[in-house]
Each structure stands twice: as C-alpha cells, then as structure tokens.
Write a protein that binds this ligand. Structure first.
Ligand code: ASP
Length: 346
C-alpha cells in the first residue's frame, strides 16, 4: 500500500538510465539529471514526494570504486531520518557489486534501498528505464498495514523482478531482464500488482537503529580457474603484496585441478593468512567440497566454502570483514555464515 505521506530520496549516480548519445562519436555518455527529470514527468504525478540527489559528475558504473560506495552509504546515512525509502539509479554493469557491498555496509536496515537502472537511456522511446524507475519508487514508498516498509532490504529492481541485492548477477548485456538472483527467490514480481513474497523478505529489529560500516579493505582479488591454468599464474596471483583474501571461482560443486603444485600453492597461501573462498563458476547451485576427491583436497588445504554466494557478494564480504579489522581466522569463520541473507545457511 503506498503511503501518501511517504518521502523517497532518489539518488542518481549515473549509468545508461540518464545517458545521452554524443552526436560526434555516437557513444553513450553520462548527462545531467535535468535530462532524466524532463523525460519522466510521471514522477510529479506520484502521490508521495520524491526528492533528488545527484552525483556530480555522474559516473559510468564501470568507474565505481569502494570510495563511491562509501559516498553512497554516506548520502543514505545523512538522509536516513528524513526519508521512508531510497532509490539509487546506477549503471547496470557493476550494480550487483555495488548492491552487494552496500548490503554489508548498511546493517539492520529498516528502510528500503532499491537499486535500478536501464538497458536503454530513459529518453529513448522503447526505454525500459521509465517502468523500472517508477516501480522502484513505488516499492520504496510501500508500507504494510502496521506502517512498516514492505521491503526493509537492499534490493535490485529490474524488469518486473525485485531481488535481494547481494544475491544478484548481471546476466545479460542486451535483454531488459538484465539481472537474476539464481540462488534466492524473488522478493516480489510485478505485473498489474506488485506481488510481494513476504516469507522471503528479511525483517530487521525495528527497536535498534540501522548502523553504517564504512571501512572496506581492498586487499582482495578474484581468481577464476580454467583448464590449462599454470603454476606461474596462480603463484603470481597469490604473491600480490598485501593480499588478504581471494575469491576462487571453481568448477561445478567446488572442484579444482588436483595437481600437487596447485594444492600446495593454495595451502601455502592459507598458511600465510590469506583467506581463500570457494565459489562456483555455475550460475545455480552451491559449493559442496566434500562431494568429490578434488574438492576435498581444497578443503584440506584450508579453502573455505562460500556455498551459494555470488562472486560479487563473496568479494564484498571479504572487503567488509577485513575492513572491520577481523583476523584471518575470524574471516574464515564468518565467510560461510549468512550476515545479510547472502548465502543459504547450512
Ligand atoms: N555502462 C553503463 C553503466 O554501467 C551500462 C548501464 O548503465 O547499464 O554505467
């Protein structure tokens, strides 16, 4: 139910939704927000109020960084008391990374934070941006009969689907359905009505305040396995000075080559205090290292299971845990534990 007294803050960070075509090069470039406003007069017809905050300059999301995530979290914290919900317009390219990071930075979230974007600029006739924007605003303003927000979670809304942010991946560079949440049910599906799936939505503790964690440690990386990977590549990767955590993208249910050199290099890295998290290259399903002998070798080397976490969520979780000053042992213990609904708890 839309709360007619609701106030939503719309934060425009950049991305296609607010882009225009450079007449000389034909490339899409970030433009300013007045372009977006003039193309969506419907915003003025919503029966709740919407204020805007603009990133200056707006960015292509390929340029996003932990510093930008801190900026976004800061805008939400500064405006938290004054608004019922937040909509963040963000490029789709790295939206799943940003949504994952922000989900860990914002703790005990008691208000909706809805990310959306579009595949076509909002000014184009066939743009998917208008519906994404209007529905995201409605979701941010929706309340249950007790007056609590319908979705006190950090989500991505795209092409009729509302998804938990830290469960999403960008799955298409072309389709309007650019995102999916392979290992967690949708929080809402949108048709004539917005059909919320209450049982899948996280509930905060309304008696405690939301807290904001800004410290992120960048000493992390992603290593994707491929047949033919050499000792030189793995060694170089694990020897990066200062490295604290690695997301290891493995095959199937968490398997890797069983070659002694490979297992030894990982073991050695773990012994040096590097946390290696195993996530699968598959879109669906979970890491189960005990299932095959090759997986068991990783387990014995001290690799920790990321279960059904996305790479984006695992990376952000390493950044936030090391940022909070946790030791490698503490990070190893917390990686397989659900902090914000980012993995299916075993
Ligand atoms: N390159 C754009 C971005 O991520 C694409 C988009 O907005 O969808 O900022």
């Amino acid at each position: 139910m839309t709360d007619i007294n609701a106030k939503v803050l719309l934060i425009y960070t950049g991305g296609t939704i607010g882009m225009v075509e450079n007449p000389e090069t034909g490339a899409l470039e970030p433009f300013n927000f007045s372009h977006l406003g003039s193309n969506v007069p419907e915003i003025q017809r919503l029966n709740f109020s919407v204020d805007t905050y603009l990133f200056d300059p707006p960015i292509d999301s390929s340029d996003v960084s932990p510093a930008k995530w801190q900026e976004m979290a800061g805008i939400i914290e500064d405006n938290y008391e004054g608004y019922d919900g937040f909509v963040i317009l963000h490029g789709t390219d790295t939206m799943a990374y940003t949504a994952s990071a922000l989900s860990f930075m914002l703790e005990n979230l008691t208000k909706p934070v809805i990310f959306t974007g579009s595949q076509l600029p909002i000014g184009k006739y066939r743009s998917d941006g208008k519906e994404n924007l209007i529905t995201a605003l409605e979701i941010a303003a929706d309340k249950d009969p007790d007056g609590n927000p319908m979705v006190p979670e950090l989500c991505i809304y795209m092409q009729n689907l509302l998804m938990r942010g830290n469960r999403t991946m960008k799955v298409s560079a072309d389709d309007f359905s650019a995102f999916n949440s392979p290992n967690y049910p949708y929080l809402a599906e949108v048709g004539v009505d917005i059909r919320y799936e209450y049982k899948f939505i996280l509930q905060p503790d309304y008696s405690s305040p939301a807290t904001f964690n800004y410290a992120l440690d960048h000493h992390v990386s992603v290593l994707k396995l491929f047949p033919g990977i050499t000792p030189e590549v793995v060694h170089a990767h694990l020897s990066v000075p200062g490295l604290k955590g690695v997301v290891l993208e493995t095959y199937g249910s968490g398997n890797s080559p069983s070659a002694k050199w490979f297992i030894d290099l990982l073991h050695e890295a773990v012994d040096r205090g590097i946390v290696v998290v195993n996530v699968t290259q598959c879109l669906y399903g979970s890491v189960e290292m005990h299932r095959y002998e090759n997986g068991q070798k990783l387990q014995k080397a001290g690799v920790v299971s990321g279960f059904d976490m996305t790479t984006e969520a695992a990376l952000a979780k390493l950044m936030i845990l090391f940022g909070a000053g946790k030791t490698p042992d503490e990070v190893t213990r917390l990686m397989p534990v659900s902090l914000r609904g980012e993995l299916t708890q075993r």
